[in-house]
Design a protein around this ligand. Sequence first.
Ligand code: UDP
Ligand code: MG
Length: 310
Amino acid sequence: MNTIPKKNVDLIIPVYNEEEIIKHTHARICAVIDKLPYQFTLYYVNDGSNDRTSTLLNELNDSRINLIELSRNFGHQAALTAGIDASKAEIIISMDGDGQHPPEMLQEMIELVIQGYDIVQTQRIDKYQPSSLKKKTSSLFYKLINKMSNTKIVQGTADFRAMSRQAVDALKEMPEYHRFLRGMIAWTGFSTIILPYQPDERSGGVSKYSLRKMLSLATDAIFSFSLVPLYIGLSFGGLLLFLALAELTYVLSFWIRGETSTLAPGWSSLMFIILIVAGLQMILIGFIGVYIGYIFQEVKRRPVYLVKKD
Ligand code: UDP
Ligand code: MG
């Protein structure tokens, strides 16, 4: 008899109003995990659905299911966090409950974590709707965030990833409220492998990521991973002071050439004062921005460092 205990694997699946497909999703996941030599726990996080998602999940009657019911709709990132906080296994995998993240990849993802990768991050290669608005805005977003932030976030990554306990514990040390998990996980810097995949079509229902939710995720990402917006005032102020200097040189050139009479009376002094005052104000706003940036980094309470274990 084989006495080696099976490795535990937790699956975290946030669901919001997925009554049309939840049973299908579960059946598809089971068809894969039933064949794998691991001990699975499925953490379905019901993110305040107002349809029959919760009832249907209870009807599944599968002892491997651990249902977490959020009191209202908190959003995908919060639902994932709830699942991550509840998870106990050595290998933790997050995936969507709409069938777009193929469970057939689970085996390879788990094996890579066992091999020693802390983060197995999947990367979407879009086969469908190549010119869709969602794809364009997503690509613009990744370009922007990578320009503005020191944390590099790979284009087309979704919240379909496997993590080691070490990576999850590090994530749990980041109690910030506005959560962009893709960025937070990249920030930890643990060993990562990117696994490209073709996303399937949604097996039913419609996307629960409304434009408002997408914008709110993008805002959370940019503002919690970049202080660039806070420092705009500083560079703008510098520019205005430079313009004041240019104006001063321009006016001086009239003095040197003895042509001051050609200057409109009052223009030079007025212009100079406007540029200097506006420039100084912008610079002072920039200084306040720097302090707010520091305060912001403090209140996020991210760890100052993370130590790598074997
Ligand atoms: N989801 C959630 N809370 C939300 C929005 C979405 O838990 O407020 C879940 C949803 O049920 C799905 C996953 O997050 O399992 C991804 O959402 P969706 O498929 O709608 O996003 P898309 O794939 O269109 O970006
Ligand atoms: Mg989806």
